[in-house]
Design a protein. Structure first.
Length: 389
């Protein structure tokens, strides 16, 4: 059941376009990965697929300025196959150099937008830094991890969201926004929820403690991983999937295929649920046909018969098709069309550092590798580079 609690208020509006915080003309965009709202339909991202409905407070969507030179993408969010935002960085005269760009024609053209005055960073003293971006609709967006910044005018202005703690992940679905927040109590994390455009957050009670790993929201389905307190008193990855099919009102838990190691999830059409879990130094993919109550033990492998690396990312296009982006020795992207039984290499040749992969619908998807953006229009069979300019 839900427990009312946390509230968040907005403060500190940032400057206009250009590199982060630059008050110059709307020339260079400013600042801004899944899993999956993290990779998703219609808005991928490594967490949830936000619905693209206009907000009643809708302001004039910013026209935007020019794209900064040498833009290096890191994360992606979309509200349709045509309207996306990319979070990344670009060289600038005054730090932070975080940047955001937007397209409304499926990547044919981009404009630069303002960004939070926050570094593109997760560690060190940068508590307000951001590494991920999600939009719920044409107006309401969130830049986060570890900080939280919000916009209610499509990225025209950003404000600091006052949500106490490290916002580890955030996902949108079913008309709500969910976030996993580390409150700083020896790794204990909590699940909170809000609605797009609101500054109020409520704590959601879960049957098990949760870990700050992957959060997946698709419609009313919510998936997390449990945690447990280790001998040192810190919280670590647990053995169970923590799941709800009614938006967090009721929950069930089941044993994960690889207990005690990090997992992430992806869902297109319930009750089919994809899952990628670490297996030690590597990782493998499983699939469930009943919302995670049971997983098929296939331990899918790459075309060379090896498991994927620990840092691999999974994105589902349908109940049968998925793509794995792997930073390991395997080159390119790996695609399965038979629910993970077999894989073949697809995508750009060479070795890439993948930071995002996801689908906006069954045919269209985006992958970000080493700062460059690639798109598929045939369910992951072929990929072409999108030139952000």
């Amino acid at each position: 059941m839900r427990v009312a609690g946390v509230t968040a208020t907005a403060a500190a509006v940032v400057a206009l376009a250009g590199c982060s915080g630059s008050p110059s003309t709307p020339a260079a965009p400013a600042s801004s990965s899944g899993s999956q709202t993290s990779p998703g339909h219609p808005a991928p991202t490594k967490s949830a697929r936000p619905a693209g409905t206009p907000h009643p407070h809708s302001a004039t969507i910013p026209a935007g300025g020019s794209v900064p030179a040498k833009f290096h993408a890191m994360d992606f969010t979309a509200i349709s196959g045509d309207t996306w935002w990319l979070l990344g960085r670009a060289p600038c005269a005054a730090k932070p150099c975080t940047s955001i760009v937007r397209t409304t024609d499926g990547g044919a053209h981009f404009v630069g937008l303002p960004a939070p005055r926050a570094p593109l960073s997760t560690g060190g003293p940068h508590k307000d830094g951001v590494t991920q971006i999600r939009f719920a609709d044409a107006d309401d967006g969130y830049a986060f991890d570890p900080g939280l910044w919000v916009t209610q005018d499509g990225g025209g202005h950003w404000s600091r969201g006052v949500l106490s703690g490290h916002v580890e992940t955030l996902a949108i679905g079913g008309g709500r926004v969910f976030a996993v927040v580390d409150r700083g109590t020896r790794g204990r994390t909590v699940l909170v929820e809000s609605t797009p455009g609101s500054s109020s957050w409520s704590t959601v009670a879960t049957p098990d403690p949760i870990v700050g790993g992957d959060l997946w929201v698709q419609g009313n389905d919510v998936f997390l991983q449990s945690s447990f307190r280790d001998r040192s008193g810190d919280y670590a990855y647990g053995k169970r999937l923590v799941a709800s099919t009614d938006g967090g009102h009721t929950w069930f838990t089941t044993k994960l295929p690889v207990p005690g190691l990090p997992c992430d999830f992806d869902q297109v059409d319930p009750p089919v649920l994809w899952e990628r879990c670490a297996t030690g130094m590597q990782s493998a993919v499983w699939i469930s046909h009943d919302n995670g109550r049971r997983f098929r033990d296939n331990e899918a492998r790459d075309p060379n018969g090896e498991q994927f690396s620990n840092g691999a990312m999974l994105a589902a296009a349908s109940d049968t098709v998925a793509v794995v982006a792997d930073d390991g020795d395997v080159k390119g992207l790996q695609r399965t069309a038979d629910q993970g039984r077999t894989y073949r290499q697809v995508g750009p040749p060479g070795r890439w550092v993948w930071t995002f992969v996801g689908f906006t619908d069954e045919q269209h998807g985006v992958a970000i590798g080493s700062g460059r953006v690639f798109r598929t229009e045939d369910s992951g069979l072929t990929w072409h580079e999108v030139h952000v300019s």
